[in-house]
Structures are given as C-alpha cells and as structure tokens.
Design a protein around this ligand. Structure first.
Ligand SMILES: O=c1ccn([C@@H]2O[C@H](COP(=O)(O)OP(=O)(O)O[C@H]3O[C@H](CO)[C@H](O)[C@H](O)[C@H]3O)[C@@H](O)[C@H]2O)c(=O)[nH]1
Length: 347
C-alpha cells in the first residue's frame, strides 16, 4: 500500500517540487500551508506536473494544534516532511520574535501532534546558513554551527529540538537536510520558483531580469577572494533537493541525523550569469555594486556524508538548473499568476 506523507509548506518552492516528486513515486500527499509566502495555484501546478493531484490540503498555521489534530485524524500519515517556515534572512533581523515564534513553535507543535498520533518519521528542512561565516571549504556536517541571524538560528534551534525529542522518544526518527542554494524548476515548466515581491535570491532575480520584469541584475561585490571576485555558492537543482527528501524517507532508521544537500561544486555569481547566457541565449545586463552585508565569499558543500550513508548524490548540473529555471520563467513570466504562454491545455 502506498505511504501517506504530510508535507508542511507544500505550496512553497521546495515543498511543491517535493510534492511532485512524491506523487511521481506513488506516495499519497497531504499538504498544510498558510500560503503566507506561496500560492494555492501551486497545488494545481503540482497536479499538472505530476499527472495526479495531492490527496488533500489544509490552509492554516501549524501552531494551531486543533488544525493539526484534525489533519492527523483525517489521514493515515506515515511520515512528515516539514518545510513550513519563514525564510528571509534580512526580514528575520527585523522581526526576530516572529521568526522564532513561527519557525520554532510550529516545529514543537508538529512534533507533539506526531507523537500523539503515533507518527514517528520526520524529514526537516534545514539550511547551510547554520554554518554561518565560515571559511571552511568544502563544508562537512562536523563544522560547528555558528548561525549569524535569527532565521539561521531558528533552523538550528529546530534541529536541536528535534534531536532532543529523538533522544526522549526513541521511536521517533528524523533527519535534517541542510540545503545549500536550491535553484531550477520541474522539467515540465509548470512548477518553479514564484517569489512574492522583489526576489532576495540571485536566481529568481536573474530570471525576472531575463524576462524583462527588471532592468538589470546587481552583482553584490567583486572584491572577494574568489577567482572572479564574486561570491561562490553551491547551487543545487530543486529536483535533486526533492529527490533527496524522497530518499530520506526511505532511509529513516533510528535517532536523528544531519545531512548536507549540495553538489560539492562552487559557482560564482558571474559564473552563474555566464552559464545562464550560454545555455539560454539571453543576455543579462549585470552591474557590479557594493557588497551585501552578511555574505560569505564561498559556501560549498561536502556531499560525502549523504553519499556514504545512502549512496545518494545529485544528478543535475548547472546547465540543467539554468535551463529549467528559464523554461519555467519563460512560460510563466509573472509566476503562477501568469496565463501560461505556451499552455498545452488547462492547468
Ligand atoms: O540580486 C542579487 C542577489 C544575490 N546576489 C549574490 O548571489 C549570491 C547568492 O545569493 P542568494 O541570496 O541567492 O543566496 P544566499 O547564499 O545568500 O542565501 C541562501 O543561502 C543561505 C545559506 O547561506 C540561506 O539558506 C538563505 O535562506 C538562502 O537564500 C550572493 O553572493 C549574493 O551576494 C547578487 O549578486 N545579486
């Protein structure tokens, strides 16, 4: 019988791609999302991309214990993937208490409800931002946590809370996946990144420049100690991230483990622009401006632990990341609110 997975934040960027991945592998999927930073339209797109719909969705806040209880009594949930959280670094500095309340309280509320309903498998969406201002390259999981902002600290607190819960309740098993920089889109061109407001991250910003919504990409600093002076990141295809979550479900065993999800390959900001221009034949007006506060010169994953534990590694390269991101953006210039420009039918 197929397994049922509760995906919190299932309408968001990584959540929606993970839902599609699970549906494509015969899981049943239930979503809880408050749509505070996502759109319910994503749920239709998941169905179109995966060829079948999720089983149910609930609009609401995970801190609402009544809602969670209702969801767990309505569905035979086997495991939970917990994405729902606020995730903007700059905003987290402005409204730290909201970040701690929303990100941390949602996680404790979820754990309590899982335990009360005998659900013992959890995959937690974490972040390489937990490593902070490190100069270690590549970064392994043994690197000490040194988060530098409330967002990253909230993720680290959640990891510790989950670890403590696993110690206290040995039947509970969990993994935290620390992603590096997820980009790209589902190969169908139906699902992708659809940020609300001005994008914070380089890839969605560059896509909006490419599609003509913004005049130029500002490159934050070219005086870093890297080959071309711009910051280097480990970009990972969102479908590899989604695949990593599905494989994590298969490997949940005992206790709590932390794994990096990255490729081990670094790309500079200018390298990313170049890769996009080469793959997609679009010119990106890019202008060097001052550094952005808080950026580290280089963040590259050591993906060795997850490879050794599960035999898992990423399979999609930078070319696939920029190609798929562009296929989505071109087809959906204004994100999910767009009329599909080359729609094969109703979505
Ligand atoms: O318009 C832009 C946006 C970004 N950048 C640069 O592009 C690189 C990547 O920046 P992103 O904002 O895309 O990604 P970050 O590495 O800063 O942040 C991401 O990774 C972090 C971990 O380090 C957190 O997880 C965070 O939530 C997530 O957005 C950085 O050098 C940044 O300065 C630009 O040059 N121009």
């Amino acid at each position: 019988m197929s397994q049922t997975v509760l995906v919190t934040g299932g309408a968001g960027f990584i959540g929606s791609h993970t839902c599609a991945e699970l549906l494509e592998h015969d899981y049943e999927v239930v979503v809880v999302d408050d749509f505070s930073n996502s759109s319910a339209l994503a749920l239709d797109r998941i169905a179109a991309a995966a060829g079948r719909p999720i089983s149910a969705f609930y609009e609401g806040d995970l801190r609402d214990a009544g809602l969670l209880k209702w969801v767990f009594t309505q569905h035979p949930i086997d495991a939970v993937i917990h994405f729902a959280a606020k995730k903007a670094v700059g905003e987290s500095v402005d409204i730290p208490l909201e970040y701690y309340d929303i990100n941390v309280s949602a996680t404790t509320s979820l754990l309590r409800t899982m335990l009360a309903h005998g659900v013992h498998k959890l995959v937690f969406s974490s972040s390489c931002s937990i490593y902070g201002q490190t100069e270690t390259v590549p970064l392994g999981e043994a690197e000490p946590a040194a988060p530098t902002n409330p967002y990253a600290r909230s993720k680290w607190f959640c990891e510790n809370i989950i670890a403590d819960a696993c110690l206290r309740y040995p039947e509970l098993t969990a993994v935290a996946l620390r992603y590096f920089n997820p980009v790209g889109a589902h190969s169908s061109g139906l699902l992708g990144e659809d940020p609300t407001g001005v994008p914070n991250n380089v890839m969605p910003y560059m896509m909006q420049v490419a599609v003509g919504r913004r005049p130029e990409l500002q490159v934050f600093g070219d005086d870093y100690a890297t080959d071309d002076g711009t910051c280097v990141r480990d970009y990972i295809h969102v479908m590899d991230v989604a695949d990593g979550h599905r494989v994590a479900l298969e490997h949940l065993g005992a206790g709590f483990e932390i794994f990096n999800l990255g490729t081990g390959v670094g790309t500079s900001v200018l390298g990313l622009v170049q890769a996009f221009e080469d793959a997609c034949d679009v010119t990106i007006p890019a202008r060097i401006v001052g550094r952005r506060a808080g950026d580290v010169p280089k963040l590259i994953a050591d993906p060795g632990k997850v490879a050794a534990a599960w035999g898992w590694r990423t399979t999609r390269d930078l070319h696939a990341m920029v190609r798929d991101a562009w296929a989505f953006q071109r087809r959906n210039p204004f994100g999910y609110a767009s009329e599909l420009t080359t729609s094969p039918g109703r979505v």
